[in-house]
Design a protein. Sequence first.
Length: 713
Amino acid sequence: MNDFIPFVIVAGIIVVGIVLVIMLIQNLLIVVPPNKVLVISGRSRQTAEGDTVGYRVIRGGRAFRIPVLEKVSWMDLTTIPLDLSVENAYSRGGIPLKIHAVANVKINGSDPQLGNAIERFLDVPRASLTNIVRDTLEGNLRGVIATLTPEEINQDRLRFAESLIEEAEHDMNNLGIKLDTLKIQNVSDIAGYLESIGRRQTAEVLKEARVAEAERNAEATQSEAQAVQRAQVTQAIAQQAILEEQNKLEVRKTELSAIQLSRQNEATVESELAKVRATQNFEQEQAALEAALRQKRAEAQRQARVIEAQQNAEAAEAEAQAKQRAVIAQTAAQQAILERENELRVRRAELEAVAASRENEAKVGAERARVVAEQQLEQERVILNAKRLEADVVAPARARREAELLEAQAAAAPIIEEGRAKAEAVKLMVEAFRNAGPEGERAYVLNMLPAIIEQISGSVKGMQIDKVTVIDSGDGRAVKDGRAVKSAMQTMPGNIIGLVEQVENATGVNLLSLLHNRFAPAEPPARGTRCQRRTTEAQPFSGGHPLIRDVRPAVPLPTSRRTPCDGRVLCHAEPVSNLYTATATATGGRAGHTKSDDGRLDLNLSVPKGMGGDDGPGTNPEQLFAAGYAACFQGALGNVARRDKITLSGDQTITAMVGLTRDGGAFGLDVELQGHFPGLDEEQALNLMRAAHEVCPYSNATRGNVDVRLSVK
């Protein structure tokens, strides 16, 4: 039993190890589905093109990742449907169109497009990716519309889609996107240009249809009339043949009747003759006169009957011939009437066809004239709107601009001339003082000093001080033992020195240096060094600069930007112009809130722990000053680098470290600017920072008041 326990323990350990190995493999082994791409970042590798990238890509299959050292990301290769809509896209000819299209896109899984997609859209939300691709395709859509006319876009949409695909292919490859399908669904315009084209084409089709219909109707009517005419002619010919046969029959009947009547008469005559002979044989004895008389009478009757029969036959034949001629004449007349009626029908059909054709042509011409008139009216309306816009907006704006320009020139002319006169006067005065040497400079300072003192004292003129309250640090001890009054009295010399420095800031002249070196002219500082000013315990004079700049000395001086000088020569620069003014309002002091007037800066403030605060989540004035100084100084570096033709890399940085110092009862600032310049040596970088320090507005504002150190890391 005791031998079996170690075996069980070993088996358990092996099973636990196997389970742990399986769990580890399950966590580290990643199976990639066919519709996704696995991107493992953290280790560098060489691509087929020889480039070095910090990731590897797996499309299908499986891969292992190294914990902690590698990070796993996914890219979805499924289709992204896009609904593209472009309004007021001007085509070739200046017609604004509205295009609606649909497209199906996806991440391109082939190299090198997949690398482009990874660099741009890895871990980017799908909605942002969709917006970027939609904006790109809509921009390409506008570009293609500008090269085609509305007719080409509307009639040949396949060519339009192919042109759009060709236009977007380069941009899609740069983004790593594959355009699967693109279909144009709707093309419309606000101005009604396409509708006008449709109406014109519809009018042309209706015209052709109506003309063809009229021609077919005319041909049908003509064919029908010809068929009716042929039928009627055939019927008339048949009737005429029937009438002729009937006439022949009547004539034959008349001839047969005449022959029959003649034969009957002959038979009657023969019978009478036989009767007469029998009578003569029976009555031979009668008198020859009676026989001859009867014979003559019979002969006369026979002849009369023969003549009558002949006359009757001739009358019947004449009557039949007359009837035949009448029937023939009537048939010919009816045939002529039918022919004339047929000709009338054909002529009427031709005239109706011509009239219908003319009517259709008139309608089509009227429709065409109406469309042309509407187009001309639209063109006139466009021209009228352009002229109205010119008259209502452009011309008054141009007139106001010219008037304001003339007013500005008129208002600026006296200022310019006055400035030129003052500049010339200052130039002559400076030249005179320069020629006079140090004595002239001291004379100028003594000349303007009363006016400066008068202006400074005038700022508090009429002020009555009833009571002076000294506030201690909060422990109450300074008031009890009188140290607050002593401290206030001790700061008075420093305040006087600060006042002298304010005068120096306004005039560029160091009064203390002039008074100390009255009989010993100071040597100019070495070339390339900047003026140094002794730091005092006094705080900067509140509102000092604007107050000193408002001083009007005995000899007028233009407002100028202070430049570094040696404290002996009076320096002037170009007149100052206010390029931009930032405005921010603070409430609650260091533990309050600050906000800019435009709302772009809206921050809470907290007191750091080093100053006895709670070190809350808000920022503090020193951080804001450090951020502003670093950004401004980096901008000055860029200007100096461009001026000196020095190329800076894109990853160069400036770090500003601002410290809050305390010297006795006065607080001050301590600043260090630390630069990082890849590709430049330390000496070149320091020279570049020194040059930027001379032009940076923050450096000019703090020079002489704040100790600023420059360094390179």
